[in-house]
Design a protein around this ligand. Sequence first.
Ligand code: PGA
Length: 254
Amino acid sequence: MRPYLVGNWKMNGTSADLAEISRIAEHAARFDMVDVALCLPATLIAAAQSGRGTVGIGGQDCHAETSGAYTGSISAEMLAGAGASLCIVGHSERRTAFAESDAAVQAKAAAALAAGLDVIICVGESLATREAGEAEAFVLHQLHGSWPGAADAPSRLAIAYEPIWAIGTGRTAQADEVAAMHAAIRAGLVGAIGTAGQAVRILYGGSANPGNAHALLSLNDVGGLLVGGASLKADTFNPMIEAAAQVAKARKLA
Ligand code: PGA
């Protein structure tokens, strides 16, 4: 499976940052064994089209309805119409700050697929849940509750495992914690949808950076990274694209 490197810009970026996207796109074009995408603020999606090259441009959330009286919200159709090809749903910041339930995330994922977008569904436990020894059960419960249904093309869906305690904290999960969770998610997917579950990419997210990208991407069943802070600048994101390309090359030779 091709490594998938996805930046999540969160609520960062104005038109002044479009040059950064071009710098990332120019670099990504040199590494055709890696899939690269940037999930931008919705305000930048249309403007990012001209400099994006082969980089996919995505949204960070969408409404489950196609249109209507939902002041301030953006539908998956609107993202697609602006040029997006993917959308993140269920990020822990949405689940926590906006009280999004698994059912709400599931509805958003279904809406995004229906609009023709690829979807990244985020899951991840809090520190308290991990310390209670319940991380795996919690994440698998979230996964089952957020998955939009067996009929949807697994190749258009990715899962991002993002332990909440590792997001924006500089504290990356340990290799054994990541590997164990990704194996559990893979088993959960295969249990739910059969061998098609092997085709779903499972990304890791949480303080991924140029220093740890190679090691994380080398772990079994880590199909890519969802990168917050380090994706904002080409100076930090481009070396991560290179790390992904190195891992892809090594896998091909192995
Ligand atoms: P971080 O964010 O890389 O800044 O920890 C990751 C995310 O929230 O997707």
